[in-house]
Write a protein that binds this ligand. Sequence first.
Ligand code: ZN
Length: 598
Amino acid sequence: MSIHYTIQPTSPAAHIFTVTLEISDPDPTGQVLRLPAWIPGSYLVREFSKNIVQIEARDSGENLVGLDKLDKHTWKAAPVQGALKLTYQVYAWDLSVRMAHLDQNHGYFNGTSVFLEVIGQAEGLHTVDIQAPSDPHCKDWRIATTLKELEAERYGFGSYQAESHDELIDHPVEMGTFELLHFQAAGVPHEVAVTGPHNGDLQRLVNDLIPICTHQIEMFGKPAPMDRYLFQLMLIGNGYGGLEHRASTSLIAKRADLPMLGEHKVSDGYRQLLGLCSHEYFHTWNVKRIKPARFVPYDLSTENYTTLLWAFEGITSYYDDLILNRTERIETDSYLELLGRTITRVRGGSGRLKQSLAESSFDAWTKFYRQDENAPNAIVSYYAKGSLAALALDLTIRLETEGAKSLDDVMRALWTEYGAKGIGVPEMGIEDVAQRITGVDLSHFFEHAVRGTEDLPLRALLAAFGVELRFRPGKNGTDRGGKAAEEEDALRNKGRIGAKITGDKIKQVLDEGPAQDVGLSAGDVIVAINGIKAVKAEAMLAGYPPGTTVTIHAFRRDELFERQVTLAAPSEHYAYLKIMEEVEPEVLARRVSWLKGL
Ligand code: ZN
């Protein structure tokens, strides 16, 4: 029995990969084949099969075999004697970490976009011959992937192997003329393959990744679960994204986020890039191996529902930046700024008072991944609030156990009891492990934080660690919080209509604000405020104090209308954190232990 694929970038100019699939022993009653509808880590049904342009089946005598399409992503070949061979073309023009992309500069694919699953034979050896393009523009290409080599040389075109279809599709492949850097972390060889033009300091990136990776391997305990790890980094003018895999991650970032040679400060963009690397690396344990039982195995033909995404994305989002601080890649003030921004994000919408973390996780497929203009009023992010729940959980455990235990202990236990053994985590498993490992009754905590919608008691918890949480009014639509503002009282004097406005266009209308009260809606274009042409509408409105009634003329579609709007005071949900200088020694000890990971 063998399952063998070939994949070749046959037409980089037309963005076409050609794939063949040879099945030595197809189902004698007719072989069923299916392409995944979604990719693990990105919880949206994306219908990858829409990119299959042509498909045909032949028998071992090269005769065409009937191929019935059963549904959007499933085919059934007529029964054949001997082997069955499928040939199909895949259109690859999605510049994201989730699908496939091909031009004369590089090629990239996730197996979920290109490798049909042979139903009934998903377990067992799968081999793939990755062939070089014949396009002369691509003559110097090589390959960066963590697929195991069969006969290929490392980084070379040739044959690779996987033990199952699930493994085959979890090692994305980059091909092109990428730069390659190597480093060791806790004895594990790591590589960084960088695609795209840039003038950045890659050695500094490597120097920062070494302590981040080492810290995570040591936190979960040696040996690391992978014998090799690859960062596939694509640099473009504007973009951001990452997706975790069992031994690699695919990242897209702005080339301007890399530090320049000779530069030493940590820019906002570089901090974000390091946070992204740290985040995806943490997933090597948390979600790639410690994973919901409902993902074991994945059903890639349809939505897989779990209430636990808050733990897999939220806890990961908590640790990603915290580890930058623990490993001294960023200063503590910088870490607290990021925390303040996350609190600001969560507090900015009333959706947090309507949807719990468990619900946000469960409905990721239809809500978080399909956000519209009403999202702030309807949903809460299981990333952002999930990371705050993880913070609150960590601080609670540290307080209740007087520093004897922390969330680190919970993560290690989840790793040894579930992840390392390949056992899926039941829906209540994380809560059960947390209580058992720490000896703390956390039932009330989880009821509130995970299944409730009240705000987390962060101010009191942070104060016990010598960190003061403050809130202030926002400055403008681009204010993300995290830092104090000058002249807070002056900010309180700037009128608001309770809407996010870009230029003259209303993007979002917040619950119970003046805009919603008078029926201004997302998509409306403000043309005049008190008879003056609206250019930057938000700034013009901020020129009037709260309580002022202004006349707004706006278009909805092509219909002009007028409203009298009484301006409100700015919302005071912009969070920032301050280290308390004069604190008791035990508070200081708690703070150091939390921030340094002791
Ligand atoms: Zn993630």
